[in-house]
Write a protein that binds this ligand. Structure first.
Ligand code: C5P
Length: 222
């Protein structure tokens, strides 16, 4: 149980680096609200594709983004985005969205639209009685919560990551997404300065969770 009133753990890293499984396990171990910001970018991608809005800056992007209402649904330890209604998981994780999401995530206006919404999840967590927040993404420790109690950057060998996705039966463009995410101008994927780097290639989920839990406890005792 965290000793501080409210704690924030930021977990960044490339696709299939182990962020979601680790975040979920931490959320349950320490009564934290789990927020997967990748699902936010995916949900907006679904809506913009539906509206036939191209991944480029301009009036149509601004109008398309302004028309979307963003709400949160909390179930168990997980907070999910609701964008003008519920979007099924198989839709936000479809092959088409896997191929398109990084193109939309590179648009500064879209990232700006999500910035305040992502930060507001701390209030949602407080209102729902959680002891804190574990938020995963690409820029959480650098742009969203640079003052988080613990900032981690997970990475894994690309072959291992491809194997993880294949084992889940998902067709994903891991390497292409990472390349686009790391090379964009707006909040690129990178290990934030001062964050702790963890190579999960040879570690089981239990080992990663144990390591992160120790780091987290150490921040609580500091
Ligand atoms: O985490 P996930 O792989 O589901 O994220 C999907 C995509 O959303 C990423 O490849 C990236 O383009 C974008 N993303 C981002 N910033 C975040 C989280 C995700 O740009 N904080």
């Amino acid at each position: 149980m965290p000793k501080k009133d409210f704690v924030i753990i930021a977990i960044d890293g490339g696709a299939a680096a182990g962020k979601s499984s680790t975040s979920r396990a931490l959320s349950q171990a320490f009564n934290l609200m789990h927020v997967d910001t990748g699902s936010f970018y995916r949900a907006l991608t679904v809506k913009l594709l539906e509206a036939k809005i191209e991944p480029q800056s301009g009036d149509s992007m601004n109008e398309g983004l302004a028309a979307l209402s963003l709400e949160t649904h909390v179930e168990g330890n997980t907070a999910s985005i609701v964008v003008d209604g519920w979007i099924p998981d198989e839709t936000i994780r479809s092959t088409e969205v896997n191929q398109q999401v990084s193109r939309y995530a590179a648009i500064p206006e879209l990232r700006k639209r999500l910035l305040g919404y992502q930060r507001s999840q701390a209030d949602v967590a407080r209102e729902n009685g959680f002891a804190g927040l574990v938020m995963e993404g690409r820029d959480i420790g650098s742009a969203i919560f640079p003052d988080a109690d613990l900032r981690l950057y997970l990475f894994a060998d690309p072959v291992k990551r491809a194997q993880r996705r294949a084992a889940e039966g998902i067709s994903d463009s891991i390497a292409a997404r990472d390349k686009m995410d790391a090379s964009r101008k707006a909040s690129p994927l990178a290990c934030p300065e001062g964050a702790t780097l963890i190579d999960t290639s040879e570690l089981s989920l239990e080992q990663v969770v144990a390591k992160v839990s120790d780091l987290f406890r150490a921040t609580q005792e500091a």
